[in-house]
Design a protein around this ligand. Structure first.
Ligand SMILES: [Fe+2]
Ligand SMILES: [Fe+2]
Length: 185
C-alpha cells in the first residue's frame, strides 16, 4: 500500500505529510508530457471541419516548423487548441494555463489570445466586430498573434496538406515539459 498522509484536514498536517504530497506532485509533473500526448490523441475524432481537431493541431505545428520557428513555438502551435479537451468554453485560456510554467511570456500571450484574434476570420458572419482584437493593438505581442493566426492557425483546415505525424512532435513535447516549471499558484 502506498504511503499516505496522517491528516484528514489540512490544519492538522505536518511537514512530513507535505513532503509526501510534494514528492507525489513532482512525480505527476515529471509525467506530464505523456498526458499531454494522450489529450492530443483524444482530439483525433469527429469534427465539423474537413479534418480532425488533432490534424488541425498537427498542421498548425508543421507550418510553424516549416517557417523555421523554434521548438518552444512549435510546441505552442501544436497545443494551442488542446483546451478543447477539458475546457471547450474557454479553450485558449486552458491551453495557455497548461503552457504558462514552461514557455516565454510571448508564447503564453499568443496562445492565451489566439481565440480572440481568430475571431477576425468568423465574427463578421454573425454581425460582430471582427476587429475586436484591435483593442490590444498597442500590445508588444499583438502583431505576433496576428501572424500566428494568419500564417499557421486559420489556414490549417486543409485535408490536402501534408503535415508531420504526432510521433514527430512527441520528443519536442517531452523536452518542453522536462523544463523546470515556473511557479504559478
Ligand atoms: Fe483555437
Ligand atoms: Fe486552431
Amino acid at each position: 500500500m502506498p504511503q499516505q498522509v496522517t491528516f484528514t484536514a489540512m490544519d492538522h498536517a505536518t511537514r512530513d505529510d507535505y513532503d509526501l504530497v510534494f514528492a507525489h506532485d513532482a512525480e505527476n509533473i515529471a509525467t506530464q508530457a505523456g498526458r499531454v500526448v494522450s489529450w492530443l490523441q483524444q482530439m483525433d475524432g469527429d469534427s465539423p471541419y474537413q479534418i480532425s481537431r488533432l490534424d488541425h493541431c498537427l498542421q498548425t505545428a508543421t507550418r510553424a516548423e516549416c517557417d523555421g520557428a523554434d521548438e518552444e513555438t512549435i510546441v505552442c502551435a501544436l497545443l494551442h487548441d488542446i483546451g478543447d479537451v477539458i475546457a471547450p468554453a474557454n479553450h485558449s485560456q486552458a491551453a495557455a494555463a497548461l503552457l504558462r510554467p514552461y514557455v516565454s511570456d510571448k508564447n503564453h500571450w499568443i496562445v492565451l489570445n489566439h481565440g480572440l484574434f481568430q475571431g477576425y476570420y468568423w465574427m463578421h458572419h454573425y454581425d460582430q466586430e471582427r476587429n475586436m482584437r484591435d483593442q490590444l493593438a498597442d500590445h508588444p505581442y499583438y502583431q505576433d498573434c496576428v501572424d500566428f493566426c494568419a500564417n499557421w492557425d486559420q489556414c490549417s483546415f486543409d485535408p490536402a496538406y501534408q503535415n508531420q505525424p504526432l510521433a514527430h512532435f512527441v520528443p519536442m513535447i517531452e523536452r518542453i515539459f522536462a523544463r523546470t516549471p515556473g511557479t504559478c499558484l
